[in-house]
Design a protein around this ligand. Structure first.
Ligand code: PHE
Length: 456
């Protein structure tokens, strides 16, 4: 039975709390830092022409991503339930409507769809752990590394197997509950990943093409910027920060009352954006040094970083460590992608966490074969945005997440009364005022302008 306690802002979570402020920041950082930073950011920056795209991305992160993240956390903490029930409860409590639950519902679906392809790419990183150990990158040139990637993704059984292993690992942790182990894993993973990225950066600086990489990433050429690129940049800001689908809202439900939402948001956004930029700086010099094309697509990271590892001393060790860490980062993000759906099934249908994880995870696993086959058997089956993988990726990041974010900021900025939000964000000082302007005007209007211009 749920105890609704309507009107009482200080309700307690149905699932207990994070052990500390740090634990929450670590969990949200673990959700944010993942394939989005190291795999997706470089490849879509490459496809969208670099500089101007990166600038728009950074603007979206600050002006839209930050207020959306703060809104999500404050809504989650106030509702203290899964995103569907939280939106319904607060919708009624704030004198609007229970229909706001559909925002949570869309998030549940977005999480399921995103994880269906995310797990496939996470599977690639697992397979690359095995390749690294076996030493196949040692001394390899760009052609060899490119052929290795093409051979691997061309083999649907190998891709399907690694996707299956990754989903199994994800179901396992989600079944055991959100707190245990996650904190420890993230505490080690993020700093270790940072150190390895700095090492790769060092390698890139010495490649002789660092200037080209920097120029590509930071010299804006607005001629190359289309409304579609702006939409992709906005979608990437949402995807990389894990916002717009309720993952952060679900985590916020376990957040202790006295934690600063603004402080936590600033820490997460800085870490997430820093790692993405670092990945770009490490990868693009290698692209130019090896005569590769920046717009090679989803294989970009897998075709460049092995070159660096293949040439450095201790490369087998560092390559293995890198892909292990990347798989770890993907794993902590996958947990966040499943959390809204699982929490919803547990609370709404009275399932145990284990049952809910297996049911949702099984569904995601099956859907994932659409993406597994997009790189081989069905590679030529293209419609709308491209393959099945391309379509799921485009629909979720560029439409579902921004639309979710739009509704979340409208809810926090317009539907919730000032007292409720000021209470959660700690008073009505300058930070609160800034948040309110961003959440009421800048974020929703910005999202609308981009969506409208990109589809018309
Ligand atoms: N932010 C994660 C990444 O960058 C992906 C993600 C999106 C995770 C949405 C949770 C929710 O890899």
């Amino acid at each position: 039975m749920q105890n609704d306690q309507a009107g009482d802002a200080k309700r307690t979570s149905l699932h207990g709390h994070w052990s500390s402020r740090m634990a929450f920041i670590l969990a949200v950082t673990g959700s944010a830092v993942g394939l989005g930073n190291i795999w997706k950011f470089p490849y879509i920056a490459g496809q969208n022409g670099g500089g101007a795209f990166v600038l728009v991305y950074l603007i979206c992160v600050v002006a839209i991503g930050m207020p959306v993240m703060m809104s999500e956390i404050l809504i989650g903490r106030r509702g203290r339930r899964n995103p569907v029930a939280t939106m319904e409860l607060l919708g009624k409590e704030e004198g609007s409507s229970g229909h706001w639950r559909w925002v949570g519902g869309m998030g549940v679906i977005a999480g399921i769809l995103i994880l269906s392809y995310y797990s496939v790419v996470a599977g690639w990183t697992l397979a690359y752990v095995v390749k690294s150990v076996s030493g196949v990158f040692v001394g390899a040139n760009a052609d060899v590394v490119g052929a290795q990637f093409a051979d691997f993704v061309g083999n649907w059984k190998a891709v399907g197997l690694s996707h299956t292993v990754f989903m199994g690992l994800t179901i396992f942790v989600v079944a055991r509950g959100v707190e245990r182990g996650l904190e420890q894993a993230v505490k080690f993973m993020v700093p270790a990943l940072l150190i390895l990225m700095l090492m790769l950066l060092g390698y890139s600086i010495n490649s002789g093409y660092f200037g080209e990489g920097v120029a590509f990433l930071f010299t804006p050429d607005f001629e190359k910027l289309t409304w579609n690129s702006v939409l992709v940049a906005l979608g990437q800001a949402f995807f990389s920060l894990s916002i717009g689908m309720g993952a952060i809202m679900a985590y916020g439900a376990y957040l202790p009352e006295d934690t600063s939402i603004t402080g936590a948001t600033a820490a997460v956004v800085t870490a997430d954006t820093g790692i993405a930029i670092l990945a770009g700086l490490a990868i693009f010099p290698l692209v130019f040094a090896n005569g590769l094309s920046p717009d090679s697509g989803p294989g970009l990271v897998f075709q460049t970083l092995p070159l660096a590892f293949g040439q450095m001393a201790g490369g087998v060790f560092f390559a293995t460590l890198f892909f292990v860490l990347l798989a770890f980062a993907a794993w902590t993000s996958a947990i966040g992608l499943m959390e809204p759906a699982v929490a919803w099934l547990v609370e709404h249908y009275n399932r145990t966490r284990a049952q809910a994880s297996v049911m949702i995870g099984g569904l995601i696993w099956a859907l994932g074969f659409g993406s597994v086959l997009s790189f081989n058997v069905l590679a030529e089956t293209k419609f709308l945005a491209g393959t099945i993988f391309d379509n799921i990726e485009y629909l979720t990041s560029n439409f579902m997440l921004p639309l979710g974010g739009l509704l979340i900021t409208v809810f926090a900025g317009w539907v919730m009364c000032r007292n409720s939000t000021a209470d959660e964000l700690g008073g009505s000082g300058a930070t609160y005022k800034a948040w309110r302007v961003l959440a009421r005007f800048v974020a929703p209007i910005g999202i609308l302008i981009v969506l409208i211009n990109a589809v018309t």
